[in-house]
Ligand binder design. Structure first.
Ligand code: FEO
Length: 394
């Protein structure tokens, strides 16, 4: 349990959660980390804590550098319990330490822990000097809770970005340049898609706010620390938060007797013919949080379900509920499915996609087992529907 030096007298003292596989519905297949940072200065400061069960791990790392009872100041960038869960236990050791947090942070921490700590409420532009280092605060509401803020250290040129720029990724490496960039990008995209996507406009605002800062190192609260090529992660966030997805597609479906599956495969084929790369997402085998990574990259979100009990399959309902909550912008939808007699599924999917703000192609339903002629017609329908969105070359 070693602390890891991030900069002169600045240490990573967080925890690695190798085991977590479900972060309230998000499939964290590579685990996660909860990053806390210790700054040893005239005043010793801790930025954020860890999930409560990892308190001993954090304390062991802090103790490697200083006696935890000597911590003078705590900065809480975010109330959510993966970062504040260990705070009550820590505050038992340092009950008089001031806790710097945003106005919503104070409200949230009080509501969570019912403690009357020495809260010091800070807003954008406020600063704190601890000795050779100082820390200024940038409020970033709704990226992704009302309380979120960033902490910036101008002397070390470090942005402590909390949830922003992070990944759910357990690893022995602490720095992004030590890890495989493809995995980092995949996990950062998945994190953005599943946590931050509803708040693209707020993220753009936060990026603009951070844009004036001279940043050499980004230290998020999950995953890897960026000490090189920070424009890589900032560029990813600029692209994702712009809500201008590429002409790619996800085809999301479930099937009872392979008829909707046959339709999905033909829809995927039609997309390929139209020059639109399509990711096939069978809900029996693909987790909804992985599908959202595809949705982040894709302008076209096509969803199929057979009619089951006058409705849609539960797996499809689960995906659509999750999709609507994450509210991707500027997407084009399409509903399809097979049926026996009622045939309600496509109408239900179509309405959910429209209510989520998507433009939607005319839906297609086919009875029982589709024959080749019907599938060919489905393919032509999809290709024709795509043309207005793909321009002259589509
Ligand atoms: Fe990583 Fe919003 O907590």
């Amino acid at each position: 349990m070693r602390a890891v030096k991030v900069a002169d007298n600045i240490w990573w003292v967080g925890a690695v959660d190798w085991d977590t596989r479900n972060f309230h519905g998000y499939s964290t297949s590579r685990g996660s980390t909860y990053n806390a940072y210790l700054i040893v200065d005239d005043k010793i400061t801790l930025i954020d804590t860890v999930k409560a069960p990892f308190f001993p791990e954090m304390m062991a790392r802090i103790a490697e550098i200083v006696d935890p009872a000597k911590i003078d100041i705590v900065i809480s960038n975010h109330v959510e319990m993966d970062h504040s869960g260990a705070l009550p236990l820590l505050m038992e050791k340092i009950p008089n330490a001031p806790v710097y947090t945003s106005p919503q942070g104070e409200k949230g921490l009080r509501a969570h822990y019912r403690k009357d700590w020495d809260f010091r409420v800070v807003k954008t532009g406020d600063a704190l000097r601890t000795g050779r280092y100082s820390f200024s605060f940038v409020s970033t509401p709704m990226v992704h809770w009302p309380d979120n803020m960033l902490t910036y250290c101008p002397e070390a040129k470090i942005l402590f970005s909390n949830d922003a720029f992070g990944e759910h990724l357990a690893s022995a490496e602490r720095f992004a340049d030590e890890a495989a960039l493809g995995i980092v990008e995949e996990e950062a995209a998945k994190y953005y898609a599943n946590i931050v996507m509803p708040y693209g406009a707020q993220t753009q605002k936060a990026l603009a706010g951070a844009g004036g800062l001279d940043i050499e190192l980004i230290a998020p609260s999950h995953g890897l620390i960026w000490r090189r090529d920070i424009e890589t992660i900032i560029g990813w966030y600029q692209k994702w938060s712009a809500d201008r997805p590429e002409n790619k597609a996800v085809v999301v479906y479930d099937s009872m007797w392979h008829s909707t599956e046959a339709m999905a495969l033909r829809v995927g084929d039609a997309l390929e013919h139209a020059g639109v790369p399509a990711r096939m997402c069978n809900l029996k085998t693909t987790h909804i949080s992985d599908i959202m990574t595809g949705v982040l990259m894709s302008r076209f979100v096509f969803v199929g379900s057979p009619t089951l009990n006058n409705g849609i399959m539960p797996t499809v309902a689960q995906f659509l509920t999750y999709l609507a909550g994450l509210a991707p912008k500027n997407r084009v939808g399409f509903a399809f499915g097979s049926y026996g007699w009622g045939g309600q599924s496509v109408g239900i999917i179509d309405k959910i996609l429209r209510d989520a703000g998507m433009e939607v192609l005319d839906s297609v339903r086919l009875q029982y087992i589709p024959d080749e002629e019907q599938l060919r017609s489905l393919s032509e329908h999809v290709q024709k529907g795509l043309r207005p969105f793909l321009g002259a070359n589509g």
